[in-house]
Ligand binder design. Sequence first.
Ligand code: NIG
Ligand code: FE
Length: 413
Amino acid sequence: MPSLLIRQIGCLVSTDSNLRSVVCGAEMALLPKLEDAFVLIEDGKIAAYGPMTECPERADEVIDASGRFVFPAWCDSHTHIVFATTREEEFVDRIKGLSYEEIARRGGGILNSARKLQLVDEDTLFSGAWNRLQEVISYGTGAIEVKSGYGLTLESELKMLRVIRRLKEKSPIPVKATFLGAHAVPLEFKERRGDYIRLIINEMLPQVAGEGLADYCDVFCDKGFFTPEETDLILKSAARYGLKAKIHANELGITGGVQVGVANGALSVDHLEYTGTEEIEVLKNSNTMPTLLPNCAFFLGIPYPAARQMIDAGLPVALASDYNPGSSPSGNMPFVISLACIRMKMLPEEAVFAATLNGARAMELEKEFGTIAVGKVANLVISKPMLSLALLPYSFGSNLVETVVINGTAVVK
Ligand code: NIG
Ligand code: FE
């Protein structure tokens, strides 16, 4: 594999000689920045980095990054990029005044996506998801998590997870797979939800685990979806198969989702638009990553999560896109970073840490991704010319990503 030297970097962001696995609280604002720097990549890994005064003379390929910022690629730890079709009719219904929950109660929302997905074959689903994966790589995403949850039958959940397995096999970036059979209760189980939970526990989980189709198990623990008790049952069953929890919690209300996630040792609890001091206290005594998805609050017009309160309480925070057809039809991580700064008052430095190392941690990829460290995989973003880090979130909607390097190869130029 040819070596690659990125030289004369205006500012190299998030160098990390201590191989930190997570960054919490006040430390999130202290993003290391090395000016006038180089990165040398060999065999797809970061072989060296440092000031230009120590730059090696040659490599097989050279990129001149004068005036540019170099970042670790974004680590997007929460997406639903396998889906059959978009849902812009519901978007228009919401413009006319219906809420996300009202649409869901009418059998729209997740159930609408499930009906459509059940009719689509694996190859078609794969090609849609593959296009979305290429799209997000072009924005600088260098590691991703993908959920099932638009199947809601044994057959269709397996179909989705097999599509995710194909993404894993073919993708140049790592893909983590999460089983989300408990995304919504199908209409036919409305009056006997216990039967659906038993279907998840007794039929879906054993097959999913038996075929090795999932790394994690998710539940949409929220008002109108799954209760904390149901969530607890499902997560405990998943744990018996070695599947760690990564759950949707507190998007629609204070519902006990954070508590049940933490009690089950969840890797992350995601959304948290409704988070009180009790939830923050519970998170402080845990290793669970609070993962915030500001695209969703933006798109649905719901409150933004209290990122400032969490960071000020000493917690780590991760940022992810939640790319899905219902609440976030975008996987653009630079836009997520902009929203985090503009609407959640995160500093640009905090937002970058949240979208890289802490996102990697929420997928157990922090040893190989998320910072600029010797031995880590060379998935990097090279910006267009920028004088300060703040220009990235400030320029919302503009594309400041010029080059994306994946496994040491420039895939987008
Ligand atoms: O993360 N909240 C639950 N699941 C997705 C939305 C799913 C949908 O509306 O299709 C989310 O926002
Ligand atoms: Fe989601």
